[in-house]
Design a protein around this ligand. Structure first.
Ligand SMILES: [Zn+2]
Length: 380
Protein backbone atom coordinates (compact mmCIF):
# COMPACT_ATOMS: atom_id res chain seq x y z
CA UNK A 1 0.00 0.00 0.00
CA UNK A 2 1.46 3.37 -0.92
CA UNK A 3 1.11 4.80 2.54
CA UNK A 4 2.04 8.39 3.16
CA UNK A 5 0.68 9.56 -0.15
CA UNK A 6 -1.37 12.27 1.44
CA UNK A 7 1.40 13.26 3.75
CA UNK A 8 3.72 13.70 0.82
CA UNK A 9 1.09 15.41 -1.25
CA UNK A 10 0.41 17.88 1.46
CA UNK A 11 3.99 18.81 1.82
CA UNK A 12 4.72 17.12 5.07
CA UNK A 13 8.16 15.82 5.74
CA UNK A 14 7.19 15.12 9.29
CA UNK A 15 5.95 11.59 9.08
CA UNK A 16 8.93 9.54 10.04
CA UNK A 17 7.55 6.48 8.38
CA UNK A 18 7.32 8.35 5.10
CA UNK A 19 10.98 8.96 4.48
CA UNK A 20 10.76 7.35 1.09
CA UNK A 21 8.02 9.67 -0.01
CA UNK A 22 8.99 12.89 -1.69
CA UNK A 23 7.89 15.86 0.34
CA UNK A 24 6.30 18.26 -2.05
CA UNK A 25 6.61 21.90 -1.15
CA UNK A 26 3.53 23.42 0.36
CA UNK A 27 3.13 25.58 -2.72
CA UNK A 28 2.93 22.59 -5.01
CA UNK A 29 0.03 22.97 -7.44
CA UNK A 30 -1.26 19.59 -6.38
CA UNK A 31 -1.42 20.46 -2.73
CA UNK A 32 -4.82 21.32 -1.33
CA UNK A 33 -5.40 24.70 0.16
CA UNK A 34 -4.34 25.18 3.76
CA UNK A 35 -7.97 25.08 4.72
CA UNK A 36 -8.36 21.68 3.15
CA UNK A 37 -5.13 20.34 4.30
CA UNK A 38 -4.64 21.99 7.64
CA UNK A 39 -5.15 18.88 9.68
CA UNK A 40 -3.67 16.57 7.14
CA UNK A 41 -0.25 18.04 7.10
CA UNK A 42 1.32 15.07 8.71
CA UNK A 43 -1.04 12.24 8.01
CA UNK A 44 0.56 8.87 8.01
CA UNK A 45 -1.49 5.82 7.71
CA UNK A 46 0.12 2.78 9.06
CA UNK A 47 0.20 2.21 12.78
CA UNK A 48 3.96 2.19 12.55
CA UNK A 49 3.86 5.69 11.24
CA UNK A 50 1.18 7.23 13.34
CA UNK A 51 3.31 8.26 16.21
CA UNK A 52 2.52 11.06 18.58
CA UNK A 53 4.27 14.19 17.41
CA UNK A 54 6.55 12.36 15.03
CA UNK A 55 3.72 11.71 12.64
CA UNK A 56 1.22 14.31 13.62
CA UNK A 57 3.20 17.30 14.77
CA UNK A 58 1.79 20.15 12.72
CA UNK A 59 3.71 22.81 10.90
CA UNK A 60 3.58 25.83 13.19
CA UNK A 61 1.31 27.98 11.04
CA UNK A 62 -1.45 25.41 10.83
CA UNK A 63 -4.08 24.37 13.27
CA UNK A 64 -3.55 20.65 13.37
CA UNK A 65 -3.88 18.77 16.65
CA UNK A 66 -1.22 19.38 19.24
CA UNK A 67 0.47 16.39 20.71
CA UNK A 68 2.83 15.67 23.52
CA UNK A 69 6.57 15.50 23.26
CA UNK A 70 7.94 13.72 20.22
CA UNK A 71 8.55 10.03 20.51
CA UNK A 72 10.75 7.77 18.50
CA UNK A 73 9.54 5.34 15.86
CA UNK A 74 8.69 2.12 17.60
CA UNK A 75 7.15 4.00 20.48
CA UNK A 76 3.68 3.74 18.99
CA UNK A 77 1.39 2.39 21.65
CA UNK A 78 -2.34 2.66 21.55
CA UNK A 79 -5.63 1.07 22.42
CA UNK A 80 -8.11 0.13 19.74
CA UNK A 81 -11.84 -0.16 20.26
CA UNK A 82 -13.72 -0.07 23.54
CA UNK A 83 -12.39 -1.56 26.77
CA UNK A 84 -14.59 -4.64 26.54
CA UNK A 85 -13.87 -5.60 22.92
CA UNK A 86 -10.62 -3.97 21.97
CA UNK A 87 -7.05 -4.71 21.08
CA UNK A 88 -3.70 -3.32 22.08
CA UNK A 89 -1.07 -2.20 19.60
CA UNK A 90 2.47 -1.47 20.72
CA UNK A 91 2.05 -2.94 24.21
CA UNK A 92 4.23 -1.66 27.03
CA UNK A 93 5.07 -3.99 29.91
CA UNK A 94 5.04 -2.93 33.54
CA UNK A 95 8.50 -1.91 34.72
CA UNK A 96 10.51 -4.46 36.69
CA UNK A 97 12.99 -2.09 38.25
CA UNK A 98 10.91 -0.04 40.67
CA UNK A 99 10.92 -0.68 44.41
CA UNK A 100 7.61 1.14 44.67
CA UNK A 101 5.73 -1.10 42.22
CA UNK A 102 5.38 -4.86 42.05
CA UNK A 103 3.43 -7.20 39.81
CA UNK A 104 1.10 -9.76 41.36
CA UNK A 105 2.29 -13.30 40.61
CA UNK A 106 -1.10 -14.33 39.26
CA UNK A 107 -1.03 -11.39 36.86
CA UNK A 108 2.42 -12.36 35.67
CA UNK A 109 1.33 -15.96 35.12
CA UNK A 110 -1.61 -14.77 33.04
CA UNK A 111 0.61 -12.51 30.99
CA UNK A 112 -1.67 -9.62 31.86
CA UNK A 113 1.19 -7.20 32.40
CA UNK A 114 0.76 -4.96 29.36
CA UNK A 115 -0.92 -1.64 28.86
CA UNK A 116 -0.70 1.38 26.68
CA UNK A 117 2.37 3.48 27.27
CA UNK A 118 0.12 6.08 28.86
CA UNK A 119 -1.29 3.67 31.43
CA UNK A 120 2.04 2.12 32.36
CA UNK A 121 3.61 5.56 32.75
CA UNK A 122 0.69 6.66 34.91
CA UNK A 123 1.10 3.68 37.23
CA UNK A 124 4.85 4.02 37.48
CA UNK A 125 4.66 7.69 38.34
CA UNK A 126 1.84 7.24 40.82
CA UNK A 127 3.60 4.39 42.64
CA UNK A 128 6.78 6.43 42.90
CA UNK A 129 4.94 9.48 44.15
CA UNK A 130 3.14 7.51 46.86
CA UNK A 131 6.43 5.92 47.93
CA UNK A 132 8.08 9.34 48.12
CA UNK A 133 5.29 10.65 50.30
CA UNK A 134 4.99 7.44 52.33
CA UNK A 135 8.31 5.57 52.37
CA UNK A 136 8.07 1.82 52.22
CA UNK A 137 4.96 1.79 50.06
CA UNK A 138 4.67 -0.85 47.35
CA UNK A 139 1.86 -0.71 44.82
CA UNK A 140 0.91 -4.28 43.95
CA UNK A 141 -0.38 -4.19 40.41
CA UNK A 142 -2.87 -6.75 39.16
CA UNK A 143 -4.14 -7.43 35.68
CA UNK A 144 -3.75 -4.94 32.89
CA UNK A 145 -4.10 -6.64 29.47
CA UNK A 146 -2.37 -9.32 27.46
CA UNK A 147 0.33 -8.06 25.12
CA UNK A 148 -1.96 -8.18 22.10
CA UNK A 149 -5.04 -7.27 24.11
CA UNK A 150 -8.28 -9.12 23.53
CA UNK A 151 -10.37 -11.15 25.95
CA UNK A 152 -8.87 -11.73 29.38
CA UNK A 153 -11.13 -13.99 31.44
CA UNK A 154 -12.59 -13.54 33.96
CA UNK A 155 -12.63 -9.82 33.20
CA UNK A 156 -15.17 -8.25 30.91
CA UNK A 157 -12.92 -5.30 30.14
CA UNK A 158 -9.09 -5.27 30.25
CA UNK A 159 -8.97 -5.90 26.49
CA UNK A 160 -7.00 -2.92 25.25
CA UNK A 161 -4.50 -1.74 27.81
CA UNK A 162 -6.61 0.96 29.43
CA UNK A 163 -7.74 -0.97 32.52
CA UNK A 164 -5.79 -2.09 35.55
CA UNK A 165 -6.59 -3.66 38.91
CA UNK A 166 -4.59 -2.45 41.89
CA UNK A 167 -4.31 -3.95 45.34
CA UNK A 168 -5.01 -1.59 48.21
CA UNK A 169 -2.23 -0.14 50.28
CA UNK A 170 -2.53 -2.07 53.54
CA UNK A 171 -0.91 -1.13 56.84
CA UNK A 172 -0.45 -2.64 60.26
CA UNK A 173 -1.03 -0.83 63.53
CA UNK A 174 2.40 -0.18 64.97
CA UNK A 175 3.52 1.37 68.23
CA UNK A 176 4.49 4.56 66.46
CA UNK A 177 1.71 4.56 63.90
CA UNK A 178 0.84 2.64 60.77
CA UNK A 179 3.48 0.42 59.21
CA UNK A 180 3.17 -0.44 55.51
CA UNK A 181 2.33 -4.09 55.02
CA UNK A 182 1.56 -4.12 51.31
CA UNK A 183 0.96 -7.52 49.83
CA UNK A 184 0.09 -9.12 46.52
CA UNK A 185 -3.13 -10.60 47.86
CA UNK A 186 -6.25 -8.59 47.16
CA UNK A 187 -7.83 -8.47 50.60
CA UNK A 188 -11.30 -7.29 51.48
CA UNK A 189 -11.73 -4.28 53.70
CA UNK A 190 -14.88 -3.58 55.71
CA UNK A 191 -16.61 -0.29 56.42
CA UNK A 192 -14.21 0.52 59.24
CA UNK A 193 -11.28 -0.19 56.96
CA UNK A 194 -10.32 -3.43 58.71
CA UNK A 195 -9.01 -6.20 56.51
CA UNK A 196 -11.21 -9.30 56.65
CA UNK A 197 -9.72 -12.12 58.69
CA UNK A 198 -6.96 -9.96 60.15
CA UNK A 199 -6.56 -8.38 63.58
CA UNK A 200 -4.16 -5.62 62.82
CA UNK A 201 -4.23 -4.95 59.09
CA UNK A 202 -6.25 -2.09 57.69
CA UNK A 203 -7.01 -0.20 54.50
CA UNK A 204 -4.57 2.70 54.77
CA UNK A 205 -6.68 5.73 53.94
CA UNK A 206 -3.77 8.14 53.75
CA UNK A 207 -1.78 6.04 51.32
CA UNK A 208 -4.76 4.94 49.25
CA UNK A 209 -5.81 8.56 49.01
CA UNK A 210 -2.25 9.47 48.00
CA UNK A 211 -2.62 6.97 45.16
CA UNK A 212 -5.97 8.38 44.06
CA UNK A 213 -4.53 11.86 44.15
CA UNK A 214 -1.49 10.87 42.11
CA UNK A 215 -3.73 9.24 39.51
CA UNK A 216 -5.99 12.27 39.28
CA UNK A 217 -3.19 14.82 39.17
CA UNK A 218 -1.15 13.20 36.43
CA UNK A 219 -0.71 15.82 33.73
CA UNK A 220 -0.53 13.38 30.83
CA UNK A 221 -3.39 10.96 31.39
CA UNK A 222 -7.02 11.48 32.31
CA UNK A 223 -8.57 8.84 34.55
CA UNK A 224 -12.19 8.01 33.85
CA UNK A 225 -12.92 5.60 36.67
CA UNK A 226 -11.48 4.32 39.88
CA UNK A 227 -13.91 1.61 40.85
CA UNK A 228 -14.05 0.87 44.56
CA UNK A 229 -16.78 -0.18 46.98
CA UNK A 230 -19.01 2.54 48.35
CA UNK A 231 -17.87 2.06 51.95
CA UNK A 232 -14.23 2.48 51.00
CA UNK A 233 -15.02 5.38 48.73
CA UNK A 234 -16.58 7.04 51.79
CA UNK A 235 -13.41 6.50 53.84
CA UNK A 236 -11.30 7.99 51.06
CA UNK A 237 -13.51 11.02 50.53
CA UNK A 238 -13.67 11.69 54.28
CA UNK A 239 -9.92 11.62 54.44
CA UNK A 240 -9.55 13.71 51.29
CA UNK A 241 -11.74 16.47 52.73
CA UNK A 242 -9.21 16.91 55.51
CA UNK A 243 -6.12 17.06 53.36
CA UNK A 244 -6.96 18.03 49.79
CA UNK A 245 -8.31 21.09 48.01
CA UNK A 246 -12.07 21.03 47.36
CA UNK A 247 -11.68 20.94 43.58
CA UNK A 248 -9.64 17.77 43.79
CA UNK A 249 -12.12 16.21 46.21
CA UNK A 250 -14.91 17.04 43.77
CA UNK A 251 -13.05 15.24 41.00
CA UNK A 252 -12.45 12.26 43.24
CA UNK A 253 -16.15 12.13 44.03
CA UNK A 254 -16.93 11.71 40.34
CA UNK A 255 -14.15 9.27 39.51
CA UNK A 256 -14.41 6.98 42.56
CA UNK A 257 -17.47 4.78 42.17
CA UNK A 258 -18.80 1.38 42.99
CA UNK A 259 -19.70 -0.25 39.69
CA UNK A 260 -23.30 -1.31 39.31
CA UNK A 261 -22.71 -4.28 37.05
CA UNK A 262 -19.77 -6.14 38.55
CA UNK A 263 -18.18 -7.08 41.86
CA UNK A 264 -18.33 -4.34 44.50
CA UNK A 265 -14.55 -3.86 44.45
CA UNK A 266 -14.01 -4.10 48.19
CA UNK A 267 -10.66 -5.81 47.68
CA UNK A 268 -9.05 -3.75 44.91
CA UNK A 269 -9.25 -0.66 42.77
CA UNK A 270 -10.02 -0.88 39.08
CA UNK A 271 -8.64 2.10 37.18
CA UNK A 272 -9.64 3.03 33.62
CA UNK A 273 -8.19 5.84 31.54
CA UNK A 274 -9.65 7.75 28.60
CA UNK A 275 -8.30 7.48 25.05
CA UNK A 276 -5.61 10.00 24.19
CA UNK A 277 -6.03 11.96 20.97
CA UNK A 278 -3.51 10.00 18.96
CA UNK A 279 -5.21 6.81 20.12
CA UNK A 280 -8.59 8.21 19.19
CA UNK A 281 -7.29 8.79 15.66
CA UNK A 282 -6.27 5.14 15.52
CA UNK A 283 -9.56 3.66 16.66
CA UNK A 284 -9.63 3.92 20.45
CA UNK A 285 -13.21 4.36 21.66
CA UNK A 286 -14.33 5.84 24.96
CA UNK A 287 -17.69 5.20 26.54
CA UNK A 288 -19.60 7.71 28.64
CA UNK A 289 -19.44 9.42 30.97
CA UNK A 290 -17.14 12.23 30.06
CA UNK A 291 -16.28 14.14 33.18
CA UNK A 292 -16.28 17.91 32.69
CA UNK A 293 -12.47 17.89 32.52
CA UNK A 294 -12.29 14.84 30.25
CA UNK A 295 -10.83 15.20 26.75
CA UNK A 296 -13.38 14.53 24.02
CA UNK A 297 -11.04 15.72 21.27
CA UNK A 298 -14.06 16.98 19.38
CA UNK A 299 -12.43 20.05 17.88
CA UNK A 300 -9.36 18.13 16.79
CA UNK A 301 -11.39 15.30 15.29
CA UNK A 302 -13.57 17.79 13.45
CA UNK A 303 -10.47 19.42 11.99
CA UNK A 304 -9.17 16.06 10.84
CA UNK A 305 -12.49 15.26 9.26
CA UNK A 306 -12.60 18.66 7.56
CA UNK A 307 -9.27 17.83 6.02
CA UNK A 308 -10.44 14.42 4.82
CA UNK A 309 -13.83 15.25 3.32
CA UNK A 310 -12.50 16.97 0.17
CA UNK A 311 -11.05 13.61 -0.86
CA UNK A 312 -14.52 12.11 -0.66
CA UNK A 313 -16.06 14.93 -2.63
CA UNK A 314 -13.53 14.64 -5.43
CA UNK A 315 -12.50 11.00 -5.46
CA UNK A 316 -9.01 10.12 -6.56
CA UNK A 317 -6.70 7.25 -5.77
CA UNK A 318 -5.00 6.65 -3.46
CA UNK A 319 -5.95 9.65 -1.37
CA UNK A 320 -9.64 8.82 -1.22
CA UNK A 321 -8.91 5.29 -0.08
CA UNK A 322 -6.59 6.58 2.61
CA UNK A 323 -9.14 9.14 3.70
CA UNK A 324 -11.80 6.43 4.03
CA UNK A 325 -9.48 4.28 6.10
CA UNK A 326 -8.75 7.19 8.40
CA UNK A 327 -12.43 8.02 8.75
CA UNK A 328 -13.13 4.46 9.86
CA UNK A 329 -10.26 4.53 12.33
CA UNK A 330 -11.61 7.77 13.75
CA UNK A 331 -15.07 6.18 13.91
CA UNK A 332 -16.29 9.43 12.34
CA UNK A 333 -19.96 8.54 12.05
CA UNK A 334 -20.76 12.06 10.91
CA UNK A 335 -18.96 11.18 7.68
CA UNK A 336 -21.67 8.63 6.84
CA UNK A 337 -23.64 11.11 4.76
CA UNK A 338 -20.51 11.96 2.76
CA UNK A 339 -19.75 8.30 2.14
CA UNK A 340 -23.32 7.75 1.01
CA UNK A 341 -22.83 10.51 -1.53
CA UNK A 342 -19.50 9.01 -2.59
CA UNK A 343 -20.94 5.61 -3.44
CA UNK A 344 -23.37 7.33 -5.83
CA UNK A 345 -20.43 8.63 -7.84
CA UNK A 346 -18.86 6.71 -10.69
CA UNK A 347 -16.04 4.95 -8.89
CA UNK A 348 -13.67 2.12 -9.57
CA UNK A 349 -14.92 -1.14 -8.15
CA UNK A 350 -12.35 -1.44 -5.39
CA UNK A 351 -12.99 2.01 -4.05
CA UNK A 352 -16.75 1.49 -4.14
CA UNK A 353 -16.36 -1.73 -2.17
CA UNK A 354 -14.20 0.02 0.38
CA UNK A 355 -16.71 2.85 0.76
CA UNK A 356 -19.53 0.33 1.24
CA UNK A 357 -17.49 -1.54 3.85
CA UNK A 358 -16.77 1.72 5.63
CA UNK A 359 -20.45 2.60 5.66
CA UNK A 360 -21.29 -0.80 7.09
CA UNK A 361 -18.71 -0.40 9.82
CA UNK A 362 -19.75 3.10 10.77
CA UNK A 363 -23.47 2.25 10.74
CA UNK A 364 -23.19 -0.95 12.71
CA UNK A 365 -20.57 0.19 15.12
CA UNK A 366 -17.37 -1.33 16.33
CA UNK A 367 -16.94 -5.03 16.78
CA UNK A 368 -13.69 -6.84 17.23
CA UNK A 369 -14.35 -8.94 14.14
CA UNK A 370 -15.33 -5.98 11.99
CA UNK A 371 -12.28 -4.09 13.09
CA UNK A 372 -9.88 -6.73 11.77
CA UNK A 373 -10.81 -5.57 8.30
CA UNK A 374 -9.48 -2.12 9.12
CA UNK A 375 -6.34 -2.89 10.96
CA UNK A 376 -4.30 -4.64 8.36
CA UNK A 377 -1.16 -2.88 9.47
CA UNK A 378 0.50 -3.59 12.77
CA UNK A 379 2.82 -1.64 14.94
CA UNK A 380 6.41 -2.89 15.17
ZN1 LIG B 1 -10.60 -4.87 36.75
Amino acid sequence: MPACTLAALLGSALALGCQGAPAAPATSPSAPSPAQGRALASLAWRALELLPAAAVAPPPARTAPAFEAPQRPGDASFAIGPTNAGALVGPVALPEDLTSLAVRPVTRSRGATHGTRALVALLSKAAQRVAREHPGSVLWVGDLSRAEGGPLPPHRSHTNGRDVDLAFYVSRDGRDGPVPADQPAMVRADASGRIAGSRDLFFDRARNWALVRALLEDPGVVVQWIFVADHLRALLIDHARQVAPPALVARAERVLAQPKDSSPHDDHFHVRIYCGLEERLQGCLDAPPWHPWAPRHEAELARWLDGLLPFLETPREPETREAIERIVRMNATNAIVHLERLVEEPLDAELRLLAHDALGFLRRGYTREAWKRWRAEEAP
